[in-house]
Design a protein around this ligand. Structure first.
Ligand code: ATP
Length: 312
């Protein structure tokens, strides 16, 4: 759906985006994650045609953002970091203005406004001036603006920045219910938010992609490998260690907390790419111990993010 190739942007001497290659599939919710100044906003501005790349290309389906900017913009809704809303306008007047600007007229305009009022829960505030609304409500109006034309692609720059936890959940619900067939790209600093909302996470640092994958892949496949939490009845730590440490792929077997009385909890670390669970099961089956719990543990996305983006 979206194809970025060697996308690069310089502001004078500063390289904000450094040769990004990224393909985004239809129907995917992709989160761009990165520290301040990583290049997320610049990437989004180039994708939406508001900024010209220094080099590289972006294609949206068969269209080039550079050669067909208007056609691309017609397929996209964009919510910039600070939604540019007119503070003195009433919400209804503003949405009508947006509908007209998008070329919607008469019943079609009213139909879309009604759909946005439903989706973004705006019915109670339609006759209030935008300047009097809370940040969360203003953000809902900004989303209604971005989605007015029922775009195929939605680009949202930090849509939940500065909102309280309740408002964050509301915005997340709106984004998720916008449509499973829509392609959505959002940037965020909030890791749990990316985990809850996105199918795929792309971590950007200093203008480059440093990780790309589903939340699962990022939290289980990166960092220091994987680990299992194992809770056994009838075993002790030393005996368990001598049975499990020789299993192929296992790196260490350590005692873990919160086992409960008479039980032994273990953390079994193993190499990425290996899965020692079947062999662990077979070896324990040959003893008189009972497995009460065997659960893979990932490293947190927060840890992956810090590992990949902290200063060398
Ligand atoms: P944030 O999360 O803080 O919004 P970001 O990941 O969106 O950061 P960008 O805003 O794209 O990052 O900035 C990337 C780099 O480009 C930073 O070093 C920033 O200082 C620089 N930059 C951004 N806009 C401009 C500009 N208009 N002129 C000069 N430098 C800029």
């Amino acid at each position: 759906m979206i194809h970025m190739e060697k996308l690069t942007k310089y502001y004078g001497e500063v390289c904000a985006v450094d040769g990004i290659d990224l393909d985004i599939r239809k129907g995917e919710i992709t989160g761009l994650l990165g520290p301040n100044g990583a290049g997320k906003t610049t990437t989004m501005r180039m994708l939406t045609g508001y900024l010209r790349p220094s080099s590289g290309t972006i294609r949206v389906r068969d269209l080039s953002v550079d050669a067909d900017p208007l056609a691309v913009k017609k397929r996209m809704g964009y919510l910039p970091e600070s939604a540019p809303l007119y503070a003195n306008m009433l919400v209804y007047d503003y949405l009508l203005f947006v509908a007209h600007a998008r070329g919607l007229k008469g019943d079609k305009a009213r139909g879309r406004i009604f759909a946005m009022v439903e989706l973004c829960s705006l019915s109670g505030i339609m006759h209030r001036p935008i300047g009097e609304l809370s940040k969360g409500l203003r953000q809902r109006v900004g989303l209604a603006h971005a989605m007015m034309d029922d775009p195929e692609i939605l680009v949202l720059d930090e849509p939940t920045s500065g909102l309280d936890p309740n408002q964050i959940v509301e915005i997340r619900d709106i984004i998720r219910s916008f449509g499973r067939d829509k392609t959505i790209i959002l940037s965020t600093h909030i890791l749990s938010e990316a985990q809850a909302t996105c199918d795929r996470i792309v971590i950007i640092d200093k203008g480059k992609i440093v990780a790309d994958g589903s939340t699962e892949v990022l939290t289980y496949g990166l960092g220091e490998g994987r680990s299992l939490r194992l809770v056994l009845a009838g075993a002790d730590l030393e005996a368990a260690r001598s049975v499990l440490a020789p299993v192929e792929g296992v790196v260490s077997v350590e005692g873990a907390q919160d086992a409960g009385p008479g039980l032994t909890a273990l953390e079994v670390r193993y190499l990425p790419g290996s899965d020692p669970r079947p062999e662990i099961y077979r070896r324990i089956k040959a003893t008189d111990w009972v497995i009460l719990e065997m659960a893979p543990k990932g490293v947190s996305l927060e840890k992956v993010f810090m590992e990949l983006t902290r200063e060398a």
